[in-house]
Ligand binder design. Structure first.
Ligand SMILES: Nc1ncnc2c1ncn2[C@@H]1O[C@H](COP(=O)(O)OP(=O)(O)O)[C@@H](O)[C@H]1O
Ligand SMILES: [Mg+2]
Length: 330
């Protein structure tokens, strides 16, 4: 592990056992995140992005879910070996998470100030007065000019964008080493989305933390990320710098995602969506999981799941088309 590595996910498998079937939501995922890095996890709905992040946080509903295999190391320490009590500390102090839907994550009966202060008292042992002061500071940091007033307000008094800012303040309240944001902006309009993402970058710089941003929207990725992990059928199919991924995409799925991206510069261009749908996690095809939708598919594709290989320096791809080029051999 280099000094810069913050999080390492190795061979992660998270399955759901339901009515005699096994849904392989996350099925052998490997990646790492360096300090100061913004990494995006992208893929269509149902590809296993949220279950990956919830596995890192160990918030998988169990049963029916279970982390079957793998390691999740934060600064070299395997989180999967921790007790629930120790893991609660990690959630309170080391990793902050912003969930998809802000209204469900804020409690309607407590003020914004109370909800921000509570985890600081609980996890960091702050007294109530200091926690209240810090709540005001955090709200200012995330762009509430009248933060002294905002702490006294209730969630329903704020707009969706404002509530999402509160969620960021809350996730940042422990100065986390890693901020995980699961589709943090999908419910928001485009201008607010851009503001929220800028804000996350500012906060990241201030604390030298890392961000894992989960999104199905590649447009978001281009603006904000250093590196991109493309996920399909519970597996990473491509891992490259954002620049490489946009200029030199390799996996046919990545190419499909890029082609289905609206191009603001050329309004007339027709979008080409990827035919078919993500296979259900309890019924993956044999071989490459994307093969049934892939225009390059050949017989060999249905025989074995391709390995994720380093095709060019720091550019990994899981596709038989690239197996003869570069990378290590089995
Ligand atoms: N609570 C659950 N019970 C059973 N299966 C689940 C549950 N949550 C997720 N899954 C399975 O895991 C797959 C991936 O889910 P998820 O990680 O939420 O996808 P994404 O976030 O990429 O849209 C789903 O398609 C489903 O098969
Ligand atoms: Mg999701």
């Amino acid at each position: 592990m280099s000094n810069e590595t913050l999080l390492e996910v190795e061979g992660l498998k998270t399955y759901f056992h339901i009515e005699g079937k096994v849904a392989k939501a996350v099925d052998g995922v490997d990646f790492s995140i360096d300090r100061g890095e913004t990494v995006a996890l992208v893929g269509e709905s149902g590809s296993g992005k949220s279950i990956t992040s919830m596995s890192i946080m160990q918030l998988i509903p169990s049963p029916p879910g279970k982390i079957e295999e793998g390691a999740i190391k934060l600064e070299g320490k395997d989180l999967l070996s921790l007790s629930e009590r120790e893991m609660m500390k990690v959630r309170g102090n080391d990793i902050g998470m912003i969930f998809q839907e802000p209204m469900t994550s804020l409690n309607p009966v407590f003020t914004i100030g109370e909800q921000l202060a509570e985890p600081m008292v609980k996890h960091q042992g702050m007294n109530k007065k200091d926690a209240k002061k810090r709540a005001v500071e955090l709200l200012k940091l995330v762009g509430f000019p009248r933060a002294e007033e905002t702490v006294k307000e209730y969630p329903h008094q704020l707009s969706g964008g404002m509530r999402q800012r509160v969620m960021i303040a809350m996730a940042m309240s422990c100065d986390p080493k890693l901020l995980i944001a699961d589709e943090p902006t999908t419910a928001l309009d485009v201008t607010i989305q851009a503001q929220i993402l800028d804000l996350m970058q500012d906060v990241k710089k201030k604390y030298n933390s890392a961000i894992l941003i989960i999104t199905h929207d590649l447009g978001v990725v281009a603006e904000t990320s250093d590196r991109v992990l493309v996920m399909y059928g519970g597996q990473i199919v491509e891992n490259a710098s954002a620049k490489d991924l946009f200029t030199n995409p390799k996996h046919p799925y990545t190419v499909g995602l890029l082609n289905s991206m609206p191009d603001v510069a050329d309004e007339k261009e027709r979008l080409e969506s990827i035919p078919g749908t993500v296979p259900p996690a309890h019924n993956f095809p044999d071989g490459c999981r994307f093969a049934p939708r892939c225009k390059h598919a050949m017989e060999a594709c249905t025989e074995a799941v391709p390995k994720l290989r380093e095709n060019e320096p720091n550019h990994h791809v899981r596709c038989i088309l690239y197996e003869d080029q570069g990378g290590e051999k089995e």
